[in-house]
Design a protein around this ligand. Structure first.
Ligand SMILES: *Cc1c(COP(=O)(O)O)cnc(C)c1O
Length: 369
């Protein structure tokens, strides 16, 4: 039987084995493993790629968000507006600094935070808005920027799923006050373990992040505030410096696959993901459709060897960990309504056209029965 995996990182390693092996081995042989020249090299490469003055490598995407909040002095009792249609770490980071997550609803076609809904949940405790460029689609930064200005709020972009996406020609991460990236292995740019980065145009914020990621040290053994241990290690940095050279190529291949899905699935009852529009230039992290009889379709595909996934099975507000926040489907109708139909199809650069075709045929087959 044909087997189409939902993802397969081994294909990536096999393709680039020589360069990856060399990069990692060099670090092992160097005898220097944390906060060194590999980290700086990657920070410089990423800063050039994103077109942002300051990049600080950190331990993960979740840490990047937490350190961003801390760097803006957002903490106990402060409210941060975000969406419940996201990976739970977006919300865990807010809770992690002692702040209160406040959920606004999402736009029904891009699944990013709805700026009209944001306006309705602003209070005098609101300190920041944290939009997610979900599945690679940039949030409506133009509207969010004017809201942030109007109410004097900070804007922290969760860029974990959108390496390379742009708004009016500028890369996401550079539009708000701070951008937080994850390099979890399956992201568009991935490490071979946990890694993340904070990007900013502010020298002050960059300095704060640099302190916070390293115990709060301003100089060795001189702590001016309490911090974390969240450093991008030299091995992950060297691995990422290899990957970043291929990021545009990988994103282009993801786009090709998305086009194949679009053409192949346009006559099915599926609601297909939004394409770039109005200055919002997306990348493809996940190919998420809305499907009637979603679970039956997933089962049908699984029986034919096709791996699918659901991002995410429920709104973050419906998770046991966040139930106490007290949100209901009535308050967030678009979030709850769309998510129960979400299904993610296989989308990674090493997928072959034949495999994509096989997925399409089996979806068509399901709806014709
Ligand atoms: C992956 C992800 C994160 C967390 O990144 P980690 O590196 O796993 O900590 C945060 N937000 C979103 C939207 C993500 O997809």
């Amino acid at each position: 039987m044909t087997e189409v995996p939902f993802n397969n990182l081994k294909r990536r390693y096999d393709t680039y084995k020589n360069v990856y092996d060399e990069a990692v081995l060099n670090v092992l042989q160097s005898g220097w493993y944390v906060l060194g020249k590999e980290g700086e090299t990657f920070e410089n490469l990423f800063s050039r790629y994103i077109h942002v003055p300051y990049v600080r490598g950190v331990g993960s995407g979740t840490d990047a968000l937490m350190l961003a909040l801390r760097a803006l002095d957002i903490g106990t009792g402060d409210e941060v507006i975000t969406s419940a249609c996201t990976a739970t770490p977006t919300v865990a980071a807010i809770v992690g600094v002692g702040a209160i997550p406040v959920f606004a609803d999402i736009d029904e076609s891009t699944y990013t935070i709805d700026s009209q809904s944001v306006r309705t949940v602003i209070t005098n405790r609101t300190k920041a808005i944290m939009p997610i460029h979900l599945f690679g689609y940039p949030a409506d930064m133009t509207s969010l920027q004017s809201i942030a200005q109007e109410y004097d709020l900070s804007l922290i972009e969760d860029c974990a799923q959108a390496h390379g996406a742009k708004v009016n020609g500028e890369r996401v991460g550079t539009i708000g006050d701070i951008g937080a990236f994850s390099f979890y292995p399956t992201k568009n740019l991935g490490a071979f373990g946990d890694a993340g980065a904070v990007v900013t145009s502010s020298n002050d914020i960059a300095k704060r992040i640099q302190q916070l990621r390293n115990y709060g040290e301003v100089r060795k053994y001189e702590n001016i505030e309490s911090g974390f241990n969240s450093r991008l290690d030299e091995v992950q940095a060297a691995y990422l410096s290899v990957g970043i050279k291929f990021l545009d190529e990988w994103n282009a291949r993801r786009e090709e696959i998305a086009r194949l899905y679009h053409d192949g699935l346009k006559n099915t009852p599926l609601v297909l993901p939004a394409v770039s529009e109005g200055g919002r230039e997306r990348v493809w992290h996940l190919y998420v459709v809305q499907a009637e009889a979603r679970d039956a379709l997933a089962k049908h595909l699984q029986d034919r060897g096709v791996g699918t996934s659901v991002h995410y099975p429920m709104p973050v507000s419906a998770q046991a960990a966040y139930a106490h926040l007290g949100y209901t489907a009535q308050e967030l109708p678009v979030t709850y309504g769309s998510m129960e139909k979400f299904l993610s199809l296989p989308l990674f650069p090493e997928l072959t056209n034949e495999e994509v075709q096989y997925v399409i045929e089996n979806i068509i087959d399901f709806y014709e029965k």
